[in-house]
Design a protein. Sequence first.
Length: 268
Amino acid sequence: MNKELYKEMFSQVHSACENKTEVIMDNYNSKRKINIRRKPVMAVAAMLTMMFLSLTAYAIVALLTPAEIASELGYDALAEDFRSGGGMIIEESIVSEGYVLTLHGLSIGSDLREFRSHTKIDAEQTYTVLSIRQEDGTPIDLYNDGILFHFVALFEGYKPWALNSVHLGSGGSAFEKDGVLYVVAECNESLEMFADRTVYFAIWDREYGFPNNALFTIDENGSIAFADGLDKSHAMFILPLDPAKANPEKVTQTLDELGFSKDDIYVN
């Protein structure tokens, strides 16, 4: 396993200096792509709290729906999947160190993303829709700061730094609107093959770097958590996958194709 290459993959998503930027990273013959599309920063409406509260400005934010987020990024089939009820609406938020991290929705399918040639991807893929905003309403400046967070799927029983969605081929598209960062994260495989175990979706401040054993802990049963004492924003969600759709044989085949050994990735 080329750890220096893996580290470089994560570091490249930090820069976003053009109105539209594509970052493509090769890893074990897979690719991770971040498409960053800048939207004009608009003033965030604010109001003063009234009785019993100090005079503090709070942002009034009407977050986009999963369908609207997908549509903004040109994922028309994915947007329709959410509108028709095919995609799962989650709308779960975690507040951490001044940021509100929201998992809006999840969709898995083989006909939800088109290439520019308008040919469709045959293999099933996983699409996770999320948003990140500052709790005090300060706009996120995607143009100058780039992607401030990493977002990765992790699997119960597997070491987070040894196996995660990056190894399966992942990436995403992002834009900023009204000071909120919206992301559609993609994985080139259906994460349902891992559905017989807990599948996590982790978001954390980029300054912590790529997954490592100082950032995550994993107990003897394989459960994954963030390490104690972190002072930068982070959140861990559990993806609501159907255990009946688990495919252990596909997992074994995929890991064999990636050249992983049990000693590399399993907890025990």
